[in-house]
Design a protein around this ligand. Sequence first.
Ligand SMILES: Cc1cn([C@H]2C[C@H](O)[C@@H](COP(=O)(O)OP(=O)(O)OP(=O)(O)O)O2)c(=O)[nH]c1=O
Length: 192
Amino acid sequence: MGIVLASSSPRRIELLSNLNLEFKVLKSEIDENVNNKDEPFITAVSLSLQKALDVASRVDKDDIVIGADTIVVFEGEILGKPNDEKQAYDTLKKLSGKYHTVVTGISIIRLSDNKKITDYVSTSVKMKELDSEKIKRYIQTKEPMDKAGAYGIQGYGALLVEKIDGDYFNVVGLPLAKLEENLYRHFNINII
Ligand SMILES: Cc1cn([C@H]2C[C@H](O)[C@@H](COP(=O)(O)OP(=O)(O)OP(=O)(O)O)O2)c(=O)[nH]c1=O
C-alpha cells in the first residue's frame, strides 16, 4: 500500500513533499474539458476525480491515489490556462483590480475498498490594478503560460496580488489542510 499523487504539476509535488509524506508521482492522461454549464466547483471536483481514476487504473489496487484540479473563476466564468500570450494578457486585464475565486477540487480514492472521497476549497483573491505595461512585463517572465488564471501566486505573481481570503496553498494548487483532514478521516493517515 502506498500513496500516489496523480499529477505532473511541480507545485503540487513540492507542496506534498513538504509534509514528509512518502508518495509516488504518476501523471494522468485525461483531457481537461471544461464545461461552463456546470457550477465551477463541480468542474474542479470532476476533473480531479478523472485524474485520480485514470492513475488508479495503472497502480496497485491498495494504493491511495490523490488527484487535484485548480480553476480560476471570474464572474461565473472559468478562466483556464492561457493558450498564448494574447490570452494571458486578456485574462490578466480582466482580473485587474477585481476579486476572483480560485477553486481546487481534490479526490482521494482507493479501488480495493471502492473509496472515492471528493472535496474542494475556494479562496478569494483580489488583484491589484495592473496597467498594460506591467501585464506585458509579467508575461515576458513566461510564468503565466501553464497556470490557471495566467498567474502564479508563488512566483512573480505575488507582486500582482493585493490580498487573499482563504488557504494560500489552495491557490498554488493543493489545499494541504483539507487534504490532510480527508486523509485522516477517511484513510486513517496521520501526518502529525
Ligand atoms: C492561480 C494559480 C494557479 N497555478 C497552477 C496550479 C495548477 O498547476 C495549474 C492549474 O492546472 P491543473 O490542471 O489544476 O494542474 P496541472 O495541469 O498543472 O497538473 P496536473 O493536472 O498534472 O495535476 O495552475 C499556480 O501555480 N499558481 C496560481 O496562483
